[in-house]
Design a protein around this ligand. Structure first.
Ligand code: ATP
Length: 287
């Protein structure tokens, strides 16, 4: 499975900027060099406690008019389901998932959550229902506590400690000179890639959204770290609709379904064994 399931770093920039609201969103757009503006529709209403059933209905999208990136994508995902997205680099996996928090709107087609079109929900409330964990985590030059609490401002100390524990950060915190008060980032302790990822996971536990987008790391982690992260992600995904841009065979096999994308289209959907038997694109990528 290696090389074909490459990373999508772009969504990483998203992660850390969008919770800061429209300013962060603008920064994200600036990063991507686009001028798109997504505003709340007049009829938009705040949503809370979505179940997390997702439907892409004949969705097409291009960053510019001349080149379609997603073509006629239809896909229904049950609440609580874990779906792995795989396919060659440039297939459109990141782009498809970026439509869910409305970093872009489709050119045609419709996306619904729990039967409601995305545009019927206020942007802020929609994004409050979606957690994103990526391999590139932005850390503020403040304490580890603040960096975790960023997942949900106003979280109590007990909630922060519990989230850190579920994200497998307890041993690290115990080993740091000042525990949760330790400064991280450029002004303090530099965290490893695996540790940063666990900070992102802790943030997601605090946010507690019904929908998760995971951009699985491709960077090599030592096997113990990898096991810890895998365990934390598995715990995080329980009871949530989880969309994983997947690079690891273990993740792909464990998914309820695998969506195989190529050239902006969904080519195959199914569980690992069935797709292998089918002998199509997935079987070729995995072979
Ligand atoms: P990878 O696994 O390499 O990240 P992917 O399947 O996630 O690939 P996308 O990142 O969605 O694919 O990219 C799909 C296509 O859209 C590619 O041709 C890519 O170059 C293009 N693309 C992605 N982001 C932008 C952007 N912000 N502006 C213009 N084109 C983009």
């Amino acid at each position: 499975v290696g090389v074909f399931f490459r990373p999508l770093e772009k969504i990483a920039a998203v992660i850390e900027t969008y919770p800061k609201g429209i300013a962060g969103f603008r920064r994200y757009l600036a990063l991507l060099d686009t001028e798109a503006e997504i505003a709340d529709a007049a009829h938009a209403r705040p949503v809370t406690a979505l179940r997390g059933e997702i439907a892409f209905d004949r969705v097409s999208f291009g960053y510019d008019a001349t080149r379609p990136v997603l073509q006629d994508v239809s896909l229904s995902i049950a609440a609580g389901e874990t779906v792995a997205f795989v396919g060659p680099s440039g297939a459109g996996k990141t782009t498809l998932l970026a439509l869910l928090p409305r970093f872009y709107d489709p050119d045609s087609g419709m996306i619904r959550i729990d039967g409601q079109p995305l545009a019927a929900m206020t942007l802020e409330s929609l994004r409050s229902q979606i957690g994103i964990v990526s391999q590139d985590v932005f850390l503020f030059g403040t304490s580890l506590r603040d960096n975790i609490a960023y997942g949900r401002l106003g979280a109590s100390e007990a909630e922060i400690v519990a989230a850190a524990d579920k994200a497998q950060l307890s041993a690290l915190i115990a080993a740091l000179p000042e525990g949760l008060d330790t400064l991280v980032g450029e002004r303090g302790v530099m965290l490893s890639g695996g540790q940063k990822q666990r900070v992102a996971i802790a943030r997601a536990f605090l946010k507690n959204p019904p929908i998760l987008i995971l951009d699985e790391a491709t960077s090599a982690l030592d096997s113990e770290t990898e096991r810890e992260i895998q365990a934390a992600l598995e715990a995080l995904s329980v009871g949530r609709t989880t969309l994983v841009i997947a690079h690891r065979l273990g993740t792909i096999r464990a998914a309820d379904r695998i969506v195989v994308m190529e050239n902006g289209r969904v080519q195959e959907i199914g569980a690992h064994a069935a797709l292998l038997r089918q002998g199509g694109l997935y079987a070729r990528l995995a072979g």
